[in-house]
Design a binder for this molecule. Structure first.
Ligand code: ATP
Ligand code: MG
Ligand code: FE
Length: 335
């Protein structure tokens, strides 16, 4: 089964051809980071315009690299939420047009399901499964009793972890998005500040990162006022230590409550070295019988290959979208 998948929910324009939800035939990703950098964040109008300019060529490239034509495809999949409405609509319209022109079925994919299924491009998923999804807009624990079924069992009550990384990166004058650079700095510093670990002992599976973000930002402002020097490496290390400890502790709590066969890490922040290492250690020490997977760095950020992987499950279940599919900017898993 060959699926052409399209992703345009934020600032990456991407198209991929995926075989049986497992094999990447092609995965073309055009990032707009350079265009948004000088604004320190994604500007929705600029994102939409770039998607319009890029999408046709990206789709053509993905078909060419996979050495297939529209005729060879079994379905056309697109992200329909969550994300920026204008950005989403570009991918949705393109997918609809191609589905209509080729007579192939259309599949609507949840972007967050895509992040989880990025792991299926590494190895087959085994259910029941737990996913720790950490990205620019989401931080959630997702329980999957079976393929294609999602239950959010815990989530952030305020900021997403990636968002906190990027906002602190901005305060430290790091280029947008600051997460990657913060991760690099963290490995050169020490957790000397011991920022709070929000909600870590609370009897739930939720997170909160806005208090931590404020604590770090206040620290920087106070230092500036007093004229004392800040050590960005130590600040990044201290912030990351808090994020990683909270994420791993809550994941362990979730695994106690929901016995699973596999744990997967997903989302842009799955690229974080500190998190990958800490979670790997937790699993090896405490849950050696639970399989643990992390996507390769190339599949942590937004890409269409993960959308094609998630679309295959929908294809197998016969879940197809009609041609009046619309964008759902606030779409949640399990809806
Ligand atoms: P969502 O998936 O929630 O809709 P998004 O698609 O904008 O949001 P992703 O592309 O999945 O987010 O992830 C981007 C986020 O990942 C950014 O916040 C970025 O800073 C963060 N990120 C990337 N690499 C790292 C890293 N090594 N350490 C920490 N954060 C990182
Ligand atoms: Mg992005
Ligand atoms: Fe994403």
């Amino acid at each position: 089964t060959l699926i052409l998948a399209i992703e345009s929910s934020c600032d990456e324009t991407s198209a991929a051809v995926i075989e049986n939800g497992r094999v990447i035939k092609s995965n073309i990703v055009a990032s707009q980071i350079k265009s948004h950098m000088r604004f320190g964040g994604v500007v929705p109008e600029i994102a939409s315009r770039h998607h319009v300019e890029q999408i046709t060529q990206i789709i053509e490239e993905s078909l060419a690299e996979a050495e297939v034509t529209l005729d060879d495809l079994d379905a056309i999949a697109t992200t329909y939420g969550p994300g920026l409405v204008g950005a989403l609509l570009i991918g949705i319209s393109s997918a609809k047009a191609l589905a209509l022109a080729s007579g192939k079925p259309l599949i609507a994919v949840n972007h967050m399901a895509g992040h989880i299924y990025a792991n299926q491009l590494v190895e087959e998923l085994s259910f029941p499964l737990m996913a720790l999804v950490v990205s620019g807009g989401h931080t959630e624990l997702v329980y999957m009793p079976e393929d294609g079924v999602f239950e959010i069992i815990g989530e952030t009550r305020d900021d997403a972890a990636g968002e906190a990384y990027d906002k602190i990166g901005r305060i430290l004058n790091l280029p947008y998005p600051g997460g990657k650079k913060m991760d690099e700095l963290a490995h050169m510093g020490q957790d000397v500040y011991h920022f709070p670990r929000a909600m870590i002992r609370e009897d739930n599976l939720d997170f909160s990162f806005s208090g931590l973000k404020s604590a770090v930002i206040n620290h920087v402002h106070n230092a500036k006022q007093k004229g004392t020097e800040i050590v960005p490496e130590d600040l990044a290390a201290s912030f990351q230590a808090s994020v990683v400890e909270v994420l791993t502790t809550k994941t362990a709590k979730a695994l106690e409550q929901y016995p699973v066969k596999q744990l997967v890490l997903a989302g842009g922040v799955a690229a974080n070295k500190g998190l990958r290492t800490a979670l790997g250690e937790l699993m090896a020490e405490k849950y050696p019988s639970v399989r643990f997977s992390i996507p390769p760095l190339s599949l942590c950020g937004d890409n269409a290959a993960m959308i094609g992987a998630a679309a295959y499950t929908e294809y197998c279940k016969g879940h197809f979208a009609s041609n009046d599919l619309n964008a759902v900017p606030g779409l949640e898993l399990g809806e």
